[in-house]
Design a protein around this ligand. Structure first.
Ligand code: GAP
Length: 517
């Protein structure tokens, strides 16, 4: 069986080979931690955006959209705390000169211990077969219990150094855990220092501090500074939300793992404005709504878990990550944060403008509290791509690589294929294609054998292949081949738009599909 690392490598090279993701400016050897989305990637990305926008804006009458500028007044970032507190703790290995995030070194160490627990569980599962009870094993096995205790102790130590910003303590923790550099293998570490993650640039022609503006490190602040404009012009009543999709930039020090951690990336964020005191209720509401959104994709319910933050960001009173089981392990995919009234209060203070809400029902005015959901679009893309990637051995002994992407998210919905390149079949296939193109991205292919063409479509995740054959000329029917089962059925051409439309509809992700053929 291929290791997770092998699978990750395969996913990365598949993404390039089949036109999903390319390294940015590759002809100049690329730019680290920046990537371009290619012909299939951009479609998948757009479909993920649509799924999110439909769930957040279209399906909630009290949530509206926004598209704020990336550049914002410099005071925004002073008010939000990003100038002073948006830092990562860094540490260098003196021998390899490789730079690490101190917290990531400790988290990776914890992940290794978790890996050992999982190994013990897998072994026991094999030994005991059907009689194996995982929960009981976790609660009683001495090795597992010792390791869980070890993890809890390290987590508590990590939380303490983070909360107290104890940089010396951070270094001591790394030394105490015996963490070595993966390149040099040595424990020869520098001190830990803080590094601000924002990219600064100059606006206009004047250089100097006064004109320094930042590329936004989160899209959320564009929502906060527009809160009152939207509330007033949209006549929004609390509770209500503002959603936005857009680019964000962070000068990540440890930028690696493909599109998982990039310096330019995209976020899908929603700020939900609530009455003070009700934030806990709404925090739970959004945790549940967001995990439901993820699980509806059927990428495997076991692939998700919540991970409550050990160290709260400077603005939050509760925060959790929705983690996904990427080939690089369980990692953060989305955050749900209860941000209190921190941001709006700070913007009131720094702008001198009131950002209050007058509650007619209670006849009182207050600064709303905010519950935020924030998901990285690129990480969502990686979650879909990596969990859809499958290498299958078929009954006839052959192999295929298939992307089992949920049909509603698939880049190309249908490929129209004339069985042979003669006898009027290509012309007929073009006619069929025209009936579908209004609604869907479709592909037309006539080169190579039908088997090879099916494989090419499997590799980019096309859920339906429509084959035009000689019978089509007689009775106006075609076959639809389903990607996952490879089963085929014959249908009338005039029914195709309806059938394909129903099968790939985004509605299927919200309600049970009702597809009649
Ligand atoms: N407004 C809150 C906020 O920005 P965050 O946890 O820092 O919170 C939210 O980021 C999400 O953005 C993360 O869960 C992750 O999916 C994505 N994200 C953050 N940094 C990223 C990076 N360097 N590359 C790709 N995605 C990133």
């Amino acid at each position: 069986m291929a290791s997770n690392e092998d699978i990750f490598k395969k996913v990365v090279s598949h993404a390039k080979e089949f036109g999903f993701v390319f390294p940015s400016s590759e002809i100049y050897d690329g730019l680290s931690a920046t990537y371009d989305y290619a012909q299939n990637g951009v479609e998948l990305k757009n479909n993920i955006k649509k799924y999110w926008w439909t769930a957040m804006v279209q399906m909630n009458e009290n949530i509206v959209g926004l598209d704020a500028a990336i550049f914002m007044h410099p005071k925004t970032w002073k008010a939000s705390g990003h100038v002073d507190a948006f830092n990562d703790p860094l540490i260098d290995n003196k021998d390899s000169k490789k730079r690490y995030r101190a917290d990531v070194l400790v988290e990776d160490h914890i992940a290794k211990i978790e890996g050992k627990i999982n190994k013990d569980i897998t072994k026991a599962k094999k030994r005991f077969g059907d009689a194996f009870k995982e929960e009981e094993f976790r609660n009683t096995n001495p090795n597992v219990l010792r390791r869980v205790g070890e993890i809890e102790k390290i987590e508590a130590q990590l939380k303490a150094v983070q909360v107290n910003e104890d940089l010396e303590g951070f270094k001591s923790l790394i030394e105490e855990l015996g963490i070595v550099c993966s390149v040099s293998g040595s424990k020869n570490w520098t001190e830990v220092r803080q590094f601000n993650l924002m990219f600064g640039t100059e606006m206009g022609s004047v250089a100097g501090d006064a004109s320094t503006i930042y590329l936004r490190p989160e899209t959320a602040q564009g929502i906060f500074v527009n809160y009152l404009n939207v509330q007033k012009t949209g006549r929004m009543k609390i509770p209500f939300g503002i959603a936005q999709i857009g680019k964000a930039f962070r000068n990540e020090i440890v930028a690696r793992q493909f599109i998982f951690r990039m310096r330019e990336f995209e976020q899908m964020e929603m700020q939900f404005f609530v009455k003070p005191g009700t934030q806990k209720k709404w925090y739970e509401h959004w945790k549940e709504a967001r995990i439901k959104w993820h699980k509806a994709l059927n990428l495997g319910s076991d692939n998700y878990r919540f991970h409550d933050h050990l160290k709260m960001a400077h603005y939050a009173d509760a925060a959790t990550d929705i983690e996904f089981n990427f080939p690089i392990g369980f990692k953060e995919l989305e955050g749900v944060h209860s941000r209190t009234d921190f941001d709006l209060s700070k913007h009131e203070e720094f702008s001198g403008k009131k950002l209050r809400y007058f509650d007619n029902e209670d006849n009182e005015s207050y600064v709303p509290y905010v519950v935020e959901t924030s998901i990285g679009l690129d990480r969502m893309f990686l979650a879909v791509l990596s969990s859809s990637f499958n290498e299958e051995k078929l009954e006839d002994g052959s192999e295929r690589v298939v992307l089992n992407i949920p049909p509603a998210l698939a880049p190309t919905k249908a490929a129209v294929l004339p069985l042979v390149k003669k006898d009027g079949l290509p012309e007929k296939a073009r006619e069929v294609m025209k009936t579908l193109q209004y609604d869907h991205i479709c592909a037309y292919e006539e080169k190579d054998s039908i088997g090879k063409r099916y494989r090419r479509q499997d590799a980019i995740g096309t859920p339906y292949c429509i084959t035009v054959d000689h019978q089509t000329l007689d009775d106006n029917t075609v076959t639809i081949r389903e990607r996952d089962t490879m089963s085929q059925e014959r249908v009338a051409i005039d029914q195709l738009p309806r059938i394909i439309g129903e099968k790939v509809s985004m509605k299927n992700l919200f309600i049970e599909p009702v597809v009649s053929v």
